[in-house]
Design a protein around this ligand. Structure first.
Ligand code: HEC
Ligand code: CU
Length: 350
């Protein structure tokens, strides 16, 4: 029999490199697999049980032995048993799944932050230190890493099978996912949401390194400016600084310490200043007016790229006081000071 080379390759790969299971390379992977295997076993046991009973009854109650059909009715005990046992099993699976879900989607507070921007058809990763990567992501092992992700165009989905994580990447909204990689090595990155012609090429490589190697990598691949430093420049060049200087005369609220705080809004509600809130304010200020302020902030919709927004958010997140804001404002006012010009890396959008 002739077997096609492609099929042959597929079969040998499948048998020799356990392609049925990707590597278990994160702390969550064994837990996700355990649940999966449990569900699978439950299904197989259920199937065998039903199949065996069908066979057994077909033989036991065949026409030869029982030419006349007899109706058997009513056994509360039997019905209660086959209701309560599966209910118990399903509730157990529900609690297990919910517990796993919350573990996967609630990042620990000390997680390292990395930003990801998806677009047709590539993944851009930005580390707070300013390292940029395309279709690649370098992370240290043994440390929780949180990805804050957004799409520049359509829906995508960031999936790392070896870590058992996958999350939608959506235009206009930050989504997050986190993992703690356990084994140094390289792993596949896929887009798992059909996103256009070259969707299947929207792939990449996750490199997990020892913390020491990772440290070396960050030093070697830095672009010289951290995201927050890029943000600081944008904050000045886009004119945010004049309204958000923290001076008593400034028309906008001070942004020092605003990240993570609760803000009382004009309509009486309270909002927590998350990453997503900060991004949204810059694009739709009139929808997020804090109590006691006039809605005079201009919208920056279409003027700042997603990367620029990340830079600004990262800058505001780190803003503990207004000392540097005021210093920059003072130097930019005096004539002999060097003007603050945007650099190429800021990518103020077309
Ligand atoms: C013309 C003055 C002005 C400019 C320029 C301006 N803002 Fe604002 N900003 C305001 C005012 C006023 C508010 C509160 C009312 C509102 O949201 O419209 C505000 C609110 C905010 C808030 C919410 C803070 C809070 O406590 O609720 C953030 C964050 C913010 N601005 C960031 C920026 C950034 C980043 C830029 C530059 C890209 C910028 N602003 C440019 C005046 C300004
Ligand atoms: Cu995609």
């Amino acid at each position: 029999m002739q077997i096609s080379p492609v099929l042959w390759q597929f079969l040998t790969k499948w048998l020799t490199s356990s392609a049925l299971w990707p590597d278990q390379a994160s702390t969550i992977a064994p837990w996700a697999d355990a649940l999966y295997i449990f569900l699978w076993l439950m299904t197989v046991v259920g199937m065998l049980l039903v199949g065996a009973l069908v066979l057994f009854f077909a033989i036991r109650y065949r026409q030869e032995r029982h030419p006349e059909a007899v109706q058997i009715e009513g056994s509360t005990l039997l019905e209660a048993t086959w209701t309560i046992i599966p209910l118990g099993i399903f509730l157990f699976v529900f609690v297990w799944g919910a517990w796993l879900y919350f573990r996967i989607y609630n990042p620990p507070a000390d997680a390292m932050q990395v930003y990801v921007v998806g677009k047709q058809w590539m993944w851009k990763a930005e580390h707070p230190g300013g390292q940029h990567e395309i279709n690649a992501l370098h992370v240290p092992s043994g440390r929780p890493v949180q990805l804050t992700m957004i799409s520049q165009d359509v829906f995508h989905s960031y999936s790392i099978p070896a870590f058992r994580v996958k999350r939608e990447v959506i235009p206009g909204r930050y989504t997050t996912v986190w993992f703690n990689a356990t084994k140094p090595g390289t792993y596949h990155l896929f887009c798992t949401q059909y996103c256009g012609t070259l969707h299947s090429g929207m792939i990449g490589e996750i490199t997990v390194m020892d913390p020491a190697d990772y440290q070396k990598w960050t030093e070697e691949s830095t672009s010289g400016m951290s995201l927050a430093q890029n943000g600081e420049r944008l904050f000045a060049s886009l004119g945010c600084i004049s309204c958000h200087s923290g001076n008593a005369t400034a028309s906008g609220p001070s942004l020092a310490g605003v990240y993570g705080s609760k803000i009382k809004m004009d309509d009486g509600t309270e909002q927590v200043a998350t990453d997503g809130f900060l991004r949204d304010v810059i694009l739709n200020p009139s929808q997020h007016v804090p109590y006691g302020y006039k809605p005079i902030m201009p919208t920056y919709q279409g003027q700042i790229s997603e990367e620029g927004l990340i830079d600004l958010v990262e800058y505001i997140k780190g803003l503990k006081t207004n000392y540097r804001v005021q210093q920059t404002l003072d130097t930019s006012k005096s004539d002999d000071a060097a003007p603050i010009t945007p650099t190429a890396s800021q990518k103020v959008t077309q």
